[in-house]
Design a protein around this ligand. Sequence first.
Ligand code: ZN
Length: 152
Amino acid sequence: MNDVELFLAHSIELEREAARRYEELAAGMQTEGNRELQSFFARMGANSRKHLAQAVARSGFRDVPVLKSHEFRWPEGVAPETAGWAGVDALIDAATAVQLALDSERRGHAYYQALAVSSTDPEVKVLARSFADEEAEHVAELEKWLVRCTAA
Ligand code: ZN
């Protein structure tokens, strides 16, 4: 992917999906009565939305295209953070919720990482690199949560 506006259009979709899933997970943890994890997921959802708005503003691109679903070019035909997402069961437990989020963050990281390596557009490379770094931090945070949840 060598067009920065196209890259941002994909990132917007990816982050929007991520935010929506974190909101579902936060709702699941409310049902579960896990306030700490609920507020963590809520914060991650808000961060997804904020992070992308900042990236778009910082890059100064105004003409990010609005793509129809068939116009997206995902590695496996589906947004990486959405792959394997069957929705959150109302009775999801904390460890399963964290595992779902972790799987999705790992796919997001792999997606940006691959673009940072394969793109020939220097702007796409820089943005993909910084997004990959951000996803790596999310992965690390969730790995800590997983340890806590499985130890409990
Ligand atoms: Zn993330």
